[in-house]
Ligand binder design. Structure first.
Ligand code: SF4
Length: 306
Protein backbone atom coordinates (compact mmCIF):
# COMPACT_ATOMS: atom_id res chain seq x y z
CA UNK A 1 0.00 0.00 0.00
CA UNK A 2 1.41 3.39 -0.97
CA UNK A 3 1.03 5.85 1.84
CA UNK A 4 0.06 9.44 1.19
CA UNK A 5 -0.52 10.67 4.70
CA UNK A 6 1.71 8.43 6.80
CA UNK A 7 5.51 8.48 6.45
CA UNK A 8 8.39 6.69 8.04
CA UNK A 9 9.22 5.44 10.54
CA UNK A 10 11.86 8.16 10.50
CA UNK A 11 14.70 8.66 12.97
CA UNK A 12 13.94 11.71 15.05
CA UNK A 13 16.57 13.32 17.21
CA UNK A 14 14.05 14.22 19.87
CA UNK A 15 11.44 11.50 19.56
CA UNK A 16 13.33 8.38 18.49
CA UNK A 17 11.73 6.02 15.97
CA UNK A 18 8.78 8.05 14.79
CA UNK A 19 5.89 7.30 12.43
CA UNK A 20 4.78 10.60 10.88
CA UNK A 21 1.26 11.69 10.04
CA UNK A 22 0.93 14.55 7.56
CA UNK A 23 -2.60 15.98 7.54
CA UNK A 24 -1.87 18.56 4.85
CA UNK A 25 -1.60 17.86 1.14
CA UNK A 26 1.05 20.56 0.66
CA UNK A 27 2.71 23.24 2.77
CA UNK A 28 -0.20 24.74 4.66
CA UNK A 29 0.50 27.09 7.53
CA UNK A 30 -0.47 30.32 9.26
CA UNK A 31 3.23 31.22 9.46
CA UNK A 32 6.04 31.59 6.97
CA UNK A 33 9.01 31.10 9.29
CA UNK A 34 12.31 32.24 7.81
CA UNK A 35 13.94 28.98 8.92
CA UNK A 36 11.20 26.57 7.77
CA UNK A 37 12.58 23.36 6.31
CA UNK A 38 9.46 22.81 4.18
CA UNK A 39 10.21 25.90 2.05
CA UNK A 40 8.32 29.20 1.94
CA UNK A 41 4.58 29.25 2.66
CA UNK A 42 3.12 30.23 -0.69
CA UNK A 43 -0.26 31.11 0.76
CA UNK A 44 -0.82 31.84 4.44
CA UNK A 45 -3.84 29.91 5.69
CA UNK A 46 -5.73 30.36 8.96
CA UNK A 47 -8.95 28.40 8.44
CA UNK A 48 -9.41 24.89 9.82
CA UNK A 49 -10.57 22.49 7.12
CA UNK A 50 -10.48 18.79 6.36
CA UNK A 51 -7.38 19.32 4.19
CA UNK A 52 -7.02 15.58 3.54
CA UNK A 53 -9.76 12.95 3.99
CA UNK A 54 -9.88 11.79 7.61
CA UNK A 55 -11.04 8.26 6.80
CA UNK A 56 -8.15 7.78 4.36
CA UNK A 57 -5.71 8.80 7.11
CA UNK A 58 -7.31 6.30 9.52
CA UNK A 59 -7.16 3.55 6.87
CA UNK A 60 -3.46 4.21 6.28
CA UNK A 61 -2.83 4.21 10.01
CA UNK A 62 -4.55 0.84 10.39
CA UNK A 63 -2.38 -0.59 7.61
CA UNK A 64 0.84 0.88 9.02
CA UNK A 65 0.09 -0.34 12.55
CA UNK A 66 -1.34 -3.75 11.62
CA UNK A 67 1.85 -5.55 12.63
CA UNK A 68 2.28 -3.40 15.74
CA UNK A 69 5.71 -2.02 14.65
CA UNK A 70 8.09 -0.87 17.37
CA UNK A 71 7.74 2.91 17.54
CA UNK A 72 8.71 5.53 20.05
CA UNK A 73 6.23 8.05 18.73
CA UNK A 74 3.37 8.52 16.31
CA UNK A 75 3.93 12.12 15.37
CA UNK A 76 1.65 14.71 13.79
CA UNK A 77 4.05 16.76 11.69
CA UNK A 78 4.82 17.17 8.00
CA UNK A 79 4.12 19.95 5.58
CA UNK A 80 2.64 22.62 7.79
CA UNK A 81 0.52 23.05 10.91
CA UNK A 82 -1.37 19.83 11.81
CA UNK A 83 -3.97 21.60 13.98
CA UNK A 84 -5.29 23.31 10.85
CA UNK A 85 -6.87 19.95 10.02
CA UNK A 86 -10.41 20.06 11.30
CA UNK A 87 -10.29 16.50 12.65
CA UNK A 88 -6.87 16.32 14.27
CA UNK A 89 -8.61 15.56 17.58
CA UNK A 90 -10.65 12.75 16.07
CA UNK A 91 -7.49 11.13 14.69
CA UNK A 92 -5.66 11.46 18.02
CA UNK A 93 -8.61 9.85 19.80
CA UNK A 94 -8.73 7.05 17.24
CA UNK A 95 -5.09 6.20 17.90
CA UNK A 96 -5.48 6.34 21.68
CA UNK A 97 -8.66 4.19 21.54
CA UNK A 98 -7.26 1.57 19.17
CA UNK A 99 -3.49 1.64 19.71
CA UNK A 100 -3.06 2.80 23.31
CA UNK A 101 0.45 1.34 23.51
CA UNK A 102 1.83 4.12 21.29
CA UNK A 103 2.95 7.58 22.36
CA UNK A 104 1.21 10.29 20.34
CA UNK A 105 3.13 13.51 19.75
CA UNK A 106 1.81 16.69 18.14
CA UNK A 107 4.31 19.21 16.76
CA UNK A 108 2.54 22.55 16.49
CA UNK A 109 3.31 26.20 15.94
CA UNK A 110 0.89 26.90 18.80
CA UNK A 111 -1.06 29.59 16.99
CA UNK A 112 -4.37 27.73 17.34
CA UNK A 113 -4.02 27.10 21.07
CA UNK A 114 -5.88 30.33 21.72
CA UNK A 115 -8.95 28.41 20.45
CA UNK A 116 -10.57 26.40 23.30
CA UNK A 117 -11.85 23.79 20.82
CA UNK A 118 -8.33 23.08 19.54
CA UNK A 119 -6.96 22.88 23.08
CA UNK A 120 -9.64 20.31 23.93
CA UNK A 121 -8.79 18.25 20.85
CA UNK A 122 -5.16 17.87 21.92
CA UNK A 123 -5.87 16.73 25.48
CA UNK A 124 -5.40 13.02 24.77
CA UNK A 125 -2.04 13.44 23.01
CA UNK A 126 0.78 12.16 25.19
CA UNK A 127 3.14 14.92 24.17
CA UNK A 128 2.56 18.33 22.61
CA UNK A 129 5.56 20.25 21.27
CA UNK A 130 4.67 23.87 20.51
CA UNK A 131 7.17 26.37 19.21
CA UNK A 132 7.67 29.87 20.53
CA UNK A 133 10.38 31.92 18.84
CA UNK A 134 9.50 35.44 19.99
CA UNK A 135 7.59 37.43 22.57
CA UNK A 136 7.61 40.92 21.13
CA UNK A 137 5.33 41.39 18.17
CA UNK A 138 8.05 42.85 15.94
CA UNK A 139 10.36 39.86 16.46
CA UNK A 140 7.40 37.50 15.92
CA UNK A 141 6.80 39.19 12.55
CA UNK A 142 10.50 39.07 11.61
CA UNK A 143 11.01 35.38 12.48
CA UNK A 144 7.61 33.81 11.88
CA UNK A 145 6.11 36.10 9.19
CA UNK A 146 2.53 35.43 10.37
CA UNK A 147 -0.76 35.71 8.52
CA UNK A 148 -2.41 39.12 8.98
CA UNK A 149 -4.39 39.31 12.21
CA UNK A 150 -2.28 36.89 14.28
CA UNK A 151 -1.27 38.50 17.56
CA UNK A 152 1.61 36.90 19.45
CA UNK A 153 0.30 37.98 22.87
CA UNK A 154 -2.91 35.99 22.21
CA UNK A 155 -0.92 32.95 21.11
CA UNK A 156 1.13 33.10 24.32
CA UNK A 157 -2.03 33.35 26.43
CA UNK A 158 -3.32 30.28 24.58
CA UNK A 159 -0.14 28.38 25.48
CA UNK A 160 -0.53 29.32 29.14
CA UNK A 161 -4.19 28.23 29.15
CA UNK A 162 -3.30 24.97 27.42
CA UNK A 163 -0.74 24.22 30.13
CA UNK A 164 -3.43 24.71 32.79
CA UNK A 165 -5.76 22.27 31.04
CA UNK A 166 -3.28 19.69 29.74
CA UNK A 167 -1.72 17.02 31.94
CA UNK A 168 0.53 15.41 29.30
CA UNK A 169 4.11 16.27 28.40
CA UNK A 170 4.50 19.82 27.10
CA UNK A 171 7.86 20.47 25.41
CA UNK A 172 8.41 24.06 24.35
CA UNK A 173 10.71 24.52 21.36
CA UNK A 174 12.55 27.80 20.85
CA UNK A 175 14.23 28.12 17.46
CA UNK A 176 17.14 30.56 17.50
CA UNK A 177 17.72 32.74 14.44
CA UNK A 178 20.88 34.81 14.93
CA UNK A 179 20.29 38.52 14.44
CA UNK A 180 16.52 38.21 14.85
CA UNK A 181 15.54 36.65 18.18
CA UNK A 182 18.82 36.33 20.09
CA UNK A 183 19.19 39.79 21.59
CA UNK A 184 19.53 39.77 25.39
CA UNK A 185 16.18 41.56 25.68
CA UNK A 186 14.27 39.10 23.56
CA UNK A 187 15.94 36.10 25.21
CA UNK A 188 15.01 37.49 28.65
CA UNK A 189 11.39 37.93 27.50
CA UNK A 190 11.34 34.40 26.10
CA UNK A 191 12.75 33.01 29.35
CA UNK A 192 10.13 34.84 31.44
CA UNK A 193 7.36 33.62 29.12
CA UNK A 194 8.62 30.03 29.21
CA UNK A 195 8.49 30.22 33.01
CA UNK A 196 4.83 31.32 32.79
CA UNK A 197 4.00 28.47 30.41
CA UNK A 198 5.65 25.87 32.70
CA UNK A 199 6.52 23.19 30.11
CA UNK A 200 8.15 19.94 31.18
CA UNK A 201 11.02 20.76 28.81
CA UNK A 202 12.41 23.80 27.04
CA UNK A 203 14.29 22.77 23.92
CA UNK A 204 16.63 25.15 22.12
CA UNK A 205 16.90 24.40 18.42
CA UNK A 206 18.64 25.91 15.41
CA UNK A 207 19.01 25.47 11.68
CA UNK A 208 20.38 22.23 10.33
CA UNK A 209 18.69 21.95 6.93
CA UNK A 210 18.20 24.36 4.03
CA UNK A 211 15.93 27.19 5.26
CA UNK A 212 12.96 28.74 3.48
CA UNK A 213 14.84 32.01 3.05
CA UNK A 214 18.49 32.63 2.30
CA UNK A 215 20.76 34.39 4.75
CA UNK A 216 19.53 32.37 7.73
CA UNK A 217 22.31 30.59 9.58
CA UNK A 218 22.78 28.50 12.69
CA UNK A 219 24.50 29.95 15.75
CA UNK A 220 27.83 28.42 16.76
CA UNK A 221 27.69 25.69 19.39
CA UNK A 222 29.29 28.10 21.87
CA UNK A 223 26.63 30.72 21.20
CA UNK A 224 23.87 28.14 21.58
CA UNK A 225 25.25 27.29 24.99
CA UNK A 226 25.27 30.96 25.99
CA UNK A 227 21.66 31.24 24.83
CA UNK A 228 20.60 28.07 26.65
CA UNK A 229 21.90 29.63 29.88
CA UNK A 230 18.98 32.09 29.71
CA UNK A 231 16.61 29.14 30.16
CA UNK A 232 17.36 27.23 33.37
CA UNK A 233 17.02 23.46 32.86
CA UNK A 234 16.71 23.76 29.08
CA UNK A 235 18.28 21.34 26.61
CA UNK A 236 19.88 22.07 23.24
CA UNK A 237 18.41 19.80 20.58
CA UNK A 238 20.34 21.17 17.57
CA UNK A 239 22.09 18.59 15.41
CA UNK A 240 25.60 19.35 16.77
CA UNK A 241 24.36 18.36 20.21
CA UNK A 242 21.95 15.49 19.43
CA UNK A 243 22.88 13.34 16.39
CA UNK A 244 20.18 11.47 14.47
CA UNK A 245 19.81 8.01 16.01
CA UNK A 246 21.39 5.61 13.51
CA UNK A 247 19.47 2.54 14.63
CA UNK A 248 16.18 4.13 13.62
CA UNK A 249 17.01 4.06 9.88
CA UNK A 250 15.67 0.88 8.32
CA UNK A 251 18.49 -1.15 6.64
CA UNK A 252 16.33 -2.05 3.63
CA UNK A 253 15.68 1.61 2.96
CA UNK A 254 19.38 2.44 3.11
CA UNK A 255 20.16 -0.30 0.61
CA UNK A 256 17.46 0.95 -1.72
CA UNK A 257 18.95 4.44 -1.69
CA UNK A 258 22.48 3.16 -2.31
CA UNK A 259 21.25 0.95 -5.14
CA UNK A 260 19.87 3.98 -6.89
CA UNK A 261 22.87 6.18 -6.25
CA UNK A 262 25.29 3.56 -7.59
CA UNK A 263 23.67 4.03 -10.98
CA UNK A 264 23.50 7.80 -11.23
CA UNK A 265 23.62 10.96 -9.16
CA UNK A 266 20.26 12.09 -7.87
CA UNK A 267 18.79 15.15 -6.24
CA UNK A 268 16.86 14.74 -3.03
CA UNK A 269 13.65 15.27 -4.99
CA UNK A 270 14.62 12.48 -7.45
CA UNK A 271 15.21 10.14 -4.53
CA UNK A 272 11.96 11.07 -2.93
CA UNK A 273 9.99 10.40 -6.11
CA UNK A 274 11.77 7.20 -7.11
CA UNK A 275 11.61 5.66 -3.69
CA UNK A 276 8.18 7.07 -2.85
CA UNK A 277 9.51 8.68 0.27
CA UNK A 278 8.03 11.62 2.08
CA UNK A 279 10.25 14.70 1.82
CA UNK A 280 11.17 14.57 5.51
CA UNK A 281 12.01 10.91 5.40
CA UNK A 282 14.17 11.35 2.29
CA UNK A 283 15.99 14.29 3.80
CA UNK A 284 16.78 12.49 7.04
CA UNK A 285 17.91 9.36 5.31
CA UNK A 286 20.27 11.21 2.95
CA UNK A 287 21.63 13.22 5.86
CA UNK A 288 22.37 9.98 7.67
CA UNK A 289 24.22 8.58 4.62
CA UNK A 290 26.32 11.75 4.26
CA UNK A 291 27.17 11.75 7.95
CA UNK A 292 28.27 8.14 7.80
CA UNK A 293 30.46 8.78 4.71
CA UNK A 294 28.63 6.58 2.23
CA UNK A 295 27.22 9.42 0.15
CA UNK A 296 28.54 12.86 -0.64
CA UNK A 297 27.03 16.01 -1.99
CA UNK A 298 28.07 17.48 -5.33
CA UNK A 299 26.19 20.69 -6.04
CA UNK A 300 22.49 19.89 -6.04
CA UNK A 301 23.18 16.18 -6.43
CA UNK A 302 24.06 13.32 -4.17
CA UNK A 303 26.63 10.78 -5.38
CA UNK A 304 28.01 7.58 -3.94
CA UNK A 305 31.32 8.08 -2.09
CA UNK A 306 34.37 6.59 -3.79
S1 SF4 B 1 5.20 26.93 11.74
FE1 SF4 B 1 6.40 25.18 11.14
S2 SF4 B 1 5.54 24.56 9.14
FE2 SF4 B 1 4.81 26.63 9.57
S3 SF4 B 1 6.28 27.93 8.51
FE3 SF4 B 1 6.94 27.74 10.65
S4 SF4 B 1 8.40 26.03 10.66
FE4 SF4 B 1 7.26 25.93 8.72
Amino acid sequence: MTHRYIFGPVPSRRLGRSLGIDLLARKTCQLDCVYCECGPTEELVTGRLEYVPTQAVLDELDAALADRPPLESITFSGSGEPCLHLHVGKIINYIKDNYPQYTVTVLTNGTLLSDPAVRAELLRADRVVPSLDAVSEEVFVAVNRPAPGLVNAEIIEGLIKFREEYSGQLWLEIFIVPGLNDTPDELARLAATAARIRPERVQINSLDRPPAYSGIEAPTPERLQEIAAFFPGSEIVARQFVPVPVAAVRPDRIEAVLETLRRRPLTQEDLQVQLQMHVHEAHKLIQHLVETGRVQRSGDFYVISK
